[in-house]
Design a protein around this ligand. Structure first.
Ligand code: G6P
Length: 373
């Protein structure tokens, strides 16, 4: 085991640091910046059916669900189809109505999660076209789906999923790029994203350099928190949910991911001088709105306990408002920003778990693959 972990003390840390390479693995031979094209061999035979579909439904659990949520806006924008994102268990509970013209995309690292597998069987009985976005080759979901895309992210051992999340986002974005390849009106946007994908591994390498600062932050500001609030909107809403999940899974600190638009509808009542607040305020169309949320939180909470993740060059602005800690991250296309922004949160979750003396790679009560319903 120690040999597999190499220079890292835990698999979770190793897998976080592998992300520049795992993302390259997901894109290898598929994203071609020179020609602006995306090739996905696993979808080739069903491409006509995929392009002709009327609706896309993404289905998954946990981190895999969050990855689909992170891509919804982009998939809607590029395909101009209605897109929904479903928790596997809820999809089954509701016996979600399905049509032959629907495409159901099953997102799963292991390819064995019982609820997702059962949802896949349900979709097959209703004759929807089924697509797998799976890491483990030969797994049940990979075998049963009509077609699919493997993540090629390499083996993930830590129970808390890290590199699979970023690779799942990249894989779903590649699917959206493929489905919109023939749309003339989308070419400028597609070009921006393809260039962004090519630069993504380097952007992650730069975020990983924040590791020491993040360890100090975890130990200094967050370790003894009773509860942490993570706030964002737009593309960063999914990042909030995933950041909160990572922190609670491995550090056992109650953490809530909140859409900034919902702050006034309840969560503001939680804010006091003790509560750490993490806000994603990287530049995109929602920047002005998220700055308003920062003001609302600063007015009610403890500015020293606020952490703002912002675009490079914006740190001074937030410090000027009184924000205790700013984390500057490289700017990328809006739909890819979540891939960059989640990395510091994975590291914070990791360092919190270590600082609290917990079993990082195998948190209590959790399993890597949940094979019972
Ligand atoms: C478990 C794992 C999570 C994972 C979820 C879905 O809860 O602990 O990390 O996100 O299952 O697993 P899957 O293999 O379907 O992505």
């Amino acid at each position: 085991e120690q040999i597999e972990r190499g220079r890292f003390e835990h698999f979770m840390l190793k897998e976080i640091f592998e992300q520049p390479e795992s993302i390259r693995g997901t894109m290898r031979g598929r994203v071609q910046p020179a020609t602006g094209t995306v090739l996905l061999g696993g979808l080739r035979e069903r491409l006509d059916d995929l392009v002709r579909s009327n609706r896309l439904i993404f289905v998954g659990c946990g981190t895999s669900y969050h990855a689909a949520l992170a891509c919804r806006q982009l998939v809607e924008q590029l395909t101009e189809l209605p897109v929904s994102v479903e928790l596997s268990s809820d999809f089954l509970d509701r016996a979600c109505p399905l049509f032959r013209s629907d495409v159901c995309v099953f997102v799963s690292q292991s390819g064995e999660t019982a609820d997702t597998l059962e949802a896949l069987r349900y979709a097959k009985r209703r004759h929807a076209l089924t697509v797998g976005v799976v890491n483990v080759v030969g797994s049940a979901i990979a075998r049963i789906t009509d077609c699919g895309v493997h993540l090629n992210a390499g083996c993930e051992i830590g129970v808390a999923s890290t590199k699979s999340y970023t690779s799942q986002i990249v894989a779903i974005i590649m699917i959206a790029l493929l489905l919109s390849a023939d749309r003339l009106s989308k070419q400028t946007r597609r070009r921006e994203i393809i260039d962004g994908l090519a630069a993504l591994p380097t952007a992650i390498e730069r975020v990983l350099m924040l590791n020491d600062k993040l360890r100090m932050l975890a130990v200094g500001v967050l370790r003894d928190a009773v509860s942490i609030l993570v706030c964002g909107r737009g593309y960063q809403y999914a990042t909030c949910l995933e950041a909160a999940l990572k922190i609670k899974e491995v550090s056992y600190i109650h953490t809530e991911g909140i859409h900034a638009g919902e702050l006034k509808h309840g969560p503001l009542a939680l804010i006091d001088q003790e509560m750490p607040m993490i806000v994603f305020a990287t530049r995109d169309n929602g920047y002005e709105a998220i700055c308003n949320a920062v003001h609302q939180l600063l007015a009610r909470g403890n500015p020293q306990r606020m952490i703002v993740v912002c675009s490079e060059g914006d740190g001074h602005f937030f410090q000027g408002l009184g924000v205790g800690t700013t984390l500057e991250v490289p700017h990328t296309a809006d739909c890819l920003q979540g891939v960059v922004n989640i990395v510091p949160m994975q590291l914070i979750a990791y360092h919190l778990a270590v600082a609290r003396g917990l079993n990082v790679d195998q948190p209590r009560n959790l399993a890597k693959s949940v094979t019972v319903q």
